[in-house]
Write a protein that binds this ligand. Structure first.
Ligand code: UDP
Length: 386
């Protein structure tokens, strides 16, 4: 049905395709809303850069994979901009430039609740709404631990964060404790449903049933030294199969698919079946993306983190390692020796898997959905007695 024909309170989600995480989190919340309150609310997603930013900012989602390809430069930018006053300075200097488009956004999407799922959406949209705004505004933070100051705007009504560490940062950056709630990172319902037995899943996917399966992922964009990592793992000739997900990185997928591998290797582009892949795999080797890590916790997968985006993903690494859910292995040889350890000593792998599962917050999306529904005066199924 056309969204304009639907009735009920309208919830506008502000996100952007800078990486895969903001979209995954937003879609997970919308899905959870549907499951919790059905068609009682109308939801809409707006990519703040692609749809409502002047040139060249509207190209940021397309340029993002290149922007983060030089991690040192990204890390420097992150550190230089990461402070309460610096964040305010950045948004204040951008305002004259984005004012018109952000005001258009607000006018063209009248809503009963606005939810920001992107650190760069919050300040300009709150400013466009003005000090006397009547529309409630909620922020859902999709970074895990070392969250950037830009996420935390005092003007937000509620800031939902994934971890206690992120809550502490919110307080450090000036939010009041009643403004912050620790819920978890929203993950799609499909990750919570058992997808069938592992052997059946593997047969369907064409993967070996009798070998440990290593799943290698570099976020939505196939980031980090994926190719070098895949070659090192395969070159070590471990008794295992390797599944490589190149994400939206087409060139990488083609390069990987044209190689001869000494062990069974399965190469994919962007896959929709991540829940099935995670359930069918034994070990996840990944860039330290918050979405992928939270999904792995739910699947109870032990993690080998091989790269991270300096700044916002630094804390993800220390979190996973300190909780015993995985290891940090930035060099291919370190990845191979971690794999060797877990393949030859499955009890160690099982310990890390159990620690990973302990960190799971499978209810996060549903809980967030209930908070949002309540804000717009709609009761969830529980309250309706359904
Ligand atoms: N993802 C996916 N298919 C792919 C690759 C990634 O669905 O082929 C999803 C993954 O499950 C996760 C998101 O993309 O939900 C990546 O988010 P993350 O925060 O890990 O990293 P980002 O891409 O934002 O840096």
């Amino acid at each position: 049905m056309d969204k304009f024909l639907k009735t009920g309170p309208r919830i506008l989600f502000l996100f952007s395709d800078t990486g895969g995480g903001h979209r995954s989190a937003t879609e997970a919340i919308i899905e959870a809303l549907q499951l919790e309150v059905g068609d009682q609310v109308v939801t809409e997603m707006v990519d703040i850069f692609k749809e409502y930013s002047p040139r060249p900012l509207n190209r940021i989602p397309d340029l993002y994979p290149q922007l983060v390809r030089v991690p040192q430069a990204w890390g420097l930018g992150y550190r230089l901009s990461n402070g309460q006053h610096r964040a305010r300075l950045i948004t204040a200097s951008a305002w004259p430039y984005v004012r018109r488009s952000i005001r258009n956004l607000v006018n063209q999407h009248p809503s009963d609740l606005i939810v920001s799922v992107h650190p760069l959406a919050t300040a300009p949209v709150l400013r466009a709404l003005g000090k006397t705004r009547s529309t409630p505004f909620i922020t859902v933070v999709t970074d895990m631990v070392t969250t950037h100051a830009l996420w935390y705007h005092r003007g937000t009504d509620l800031c939902i964060v994934p971890t206690e560490a992120a809550r502490q940062r919110a307080l450090m950056f000036g939010l009041q404790s009643e403004q912050v709630e620790v819920v978890g990172l929203p993950v799609a319902e499909r990750f919570l449903q058992p997808q069938g037995d592992v052997a059946g899943l593997r047969r369907r996917l064409g993967w070996p049933v009798d070998l440990p399966v290593i799943l290698l992922v570099g976020g939505g964009e196939g980031m980090g030294p994926l190719e070098k990592t895949a070659q090192a793992i395969a070159g070590a000739r471990l008794p295992a199969a390797l599944v490589v997900i190149a994400g939206r990185n087409q060139n990488l997928r083609l390069r990987l698919q044209s190689q001869n591998w000494p062990i069974p290797v399965f190469v994919y582009g962007f896959v929709r079946e991540m829940p099935e892949f995670m359930q069918a795999a034994d070990i996840l080797v990944t860039k330290a993306g918050p979405g992928t890590i939270s999904e792995a916790f739910i699947a109870g997968l032990p993690l080998i983190l091989y790269s991270r985006l300096p700044g916002q993903e630094d804390g993800n690494v220390s979190y996973v390692v300190s909780e015993g859910a995985g290891v940090w292995a930035p060099e291919p040889e370190q990845i191979v020796s971690a794999l060797r350890e877990w393949i030859w000593h499955p009890e160690k792998r099982r310990r890390a898997a159990a620690a990973s599962q302990k960190l799971a917050r499978p209810e996060a999306a549903r809980q967030i959905a209930r908070i949002l529904a309540e804000r717009v005066g709609v009761a969830g199924r529980e309250k309706n007695g359904a």
